[in-house]
Design a protein around this ligand. Sequence first.
Ligand SMILES: Cc1ncc(C[n+]2csc(CCOP(=O)(O)OP(=O)(O)O)c2C)c(N)n1
Length: 721
Amino acid sequence: MTDMRTPVRHEAELDQLCINTVRFLSVDAVQKANSGHPGMPLGAAPMAYALWTRLLKHNPRNPDWFDRDRFVLSAGHGSMLLYSLLHLTGYDLSLDDIKHFRQWGSKAPGHPERGHTPGVEVTTGPLGQGFANAVGMAIAEAQLASRYNRPGFEVIDHATYAIVSDGDLMEGVAAEAASLAGHLRLGKLTCLYDNNYVSLAAGTDITLSEDRAGRFDAYGWHTVSVDDGNDLAAIDAALQAARAETTRPSLILVRTHIGYGSPNKQDSFGAHGSPLGADEVRLTKQNLGWPTEPPFLIPEPALVHFRQALARGARAEAAWNDRVAAYADAFPDLGQELRRSLRGELPPDWDADIPIFPADVKGIATRVASGRVMNALARRLPALTGGSADLDPSTYTALKGFGDFNPPDDNDDDTQGSAGGGWSHGGRNLHFGVREHAMGAIVNGLAAHGATIPYGSTFLIFSDYMRPPIRLAALMGLHVVYVFTHDSIALGEDGPTHQPVEQLAALRAIPNLTVIRPGDANETAVAWRVALETRDRPVALVLTRQALPTLDRSRYAPADGLRRGGYVLADAPDGRPELILMASGSEVSLIVSASERLHAQGVAVRCVSMPSWELFDDRPQADRDAVLPPSVKARLAVEAGAAQGWHRYVGDTGDVLSVDRFGASAPGNEILQHYGFTVDNVCARAQMLLAERRETSASPVNSIRGASLKLGDAGGHKVPA
Ligand SMILES: Cc1ncc(C[n+]2csc(CCOP(=O)(O)OP(=O)(O)O)c2C)c(N)n1
């Protein structure tokens, strides 16, 4: 048994002491919580120890130091492994937090959560996501290095590491991301694969028999195998080989044993997700020569060794600060730009080129307006970077002339699909290929990395393919922008497989995600402003394929009303409506036309644009009541999507013109007719509501029926403050 009081004499002895400290801190925490995953930390502790004490560039006193290496525990269920490393190396995570692992108020939650625990880069747990986040981080590093570094001034120079598990490699999102990472030649990305042949419910012999190294070789990765996960020298050598490899990402396949050291549970799925049990903890400690008491033992020599990270980290950060200062002297403009991007600030006048779209009855699609706005932003906003899942020509998301992110020596002859500006790791146009899921997770990695404002784009229907990372972006509060186009049955001929119905409702159900469906080109411009100013959560822009009239804002309320989520476009005389029509996106122009007809029929109608429920719900009650006065019960919402949720705004007595079945294959206009999205039908539904109101009550608002609606009159709208 290790004598904890005597100084360690040999380096190997100290290594072993440190590794076992990580192991049993993790095991004791899981045991005390009576919940968690002890098997993974027991097996993966040596590789984690080697990386964290010998290679990883980090400063525990400043987890936000920008040029730190990024570390992702993709196998988030092994969270105690990470918490042990964070505590031992000196991050602000106390032993008490670890003793309260998985308990209310502890900084050591069940799975690693970004923003909750200092030093946790990304929230992980849903397998595969962390792997793809790491790819995004490596892309961010490569892009920023290419933009900012100058000979002799390497201001951006860090690596990205991840520990990944069988489950990670089984998930499709990791396959997508790995394929892209290989193609992009992300040489500073290294994944350590905890290759233990056991997952949650069984050995992997019943689920996973492909040649993993061969698969990654085929993706264009550099692969190294370590036959014994306890062989530190072999792990070190593999890590060094990965570091020396600069043109391919590296996968180090480390043969480990889940639950290593546990006499009765090693190599069994029983060690995966349940505490070992008091008896087995004791037996495991005895087996590995560790004192059975006290729990949470941290031998002094181990702590001293781990805590060397503090001085090393402080030195590294200080050297970097000097480097950045010298850089800012040599390249003042770039230095200023870099510092601003690092702080996540928008440059002054970032929005100076955003176009104002002239009123136009024929109008343009909001996807086209979005494309113009993005390109107007790109020059002044270097942090803006992103792309689509092979749909740029349809989503209008290419930043023209701002380069394509690809290996520099690729694609010299074939410039198909290029946004212009050259192929390099400095390109701001990311080409995700047909990989929506990875795109979602990769943009999360870019946002978590910092100094970028990433966007990802596809058809709204395929937001379903990226729902898990959207949810995680919202959970992490990442500043990501989604550009979802082809937003309804109105997209037409592609038919029901491509026509979103329930996707808007599904996105709105995600907490902390702002969904904006602008009603015309000028609302689209404001939506982009909101998306860029909103730094603490993701924003989804939901845009049309088809052209929409650009409203004449001298006649209707300014598009800036979008900031309030819902605003009165045009009102009944004296602001006393008997009927409210509300709509988002493409249906706004429909209710505007219907309002004109109803007004001619003598109805006192208010027309409300509702581009964003989340922005609207954020307003004080009085503001919301000013838009939707509680006394007005006749309310009709019009949206070419599922009705779910609209009753919050139309109330029990209101109505929703919606799409609650699948779409159809036909030209968009025809489908809209068949589904009732016509002025005739909106007016008929509105009149029915009014008739019902008159039947059920002698409404005082009836007295203003017949007064004139001032649509078309600049003073006609009444916009709440
Ligand atoms: C997307 C997703 N599906 C399912 C789970 C539930 N789960 C947690 S760990 C795990 C498998 C664990 O196997 P492995 O990745 O090999 O980890 P190890 O058992 O080696 O710790 C599963 C299915 C999850 N966390 N994420």
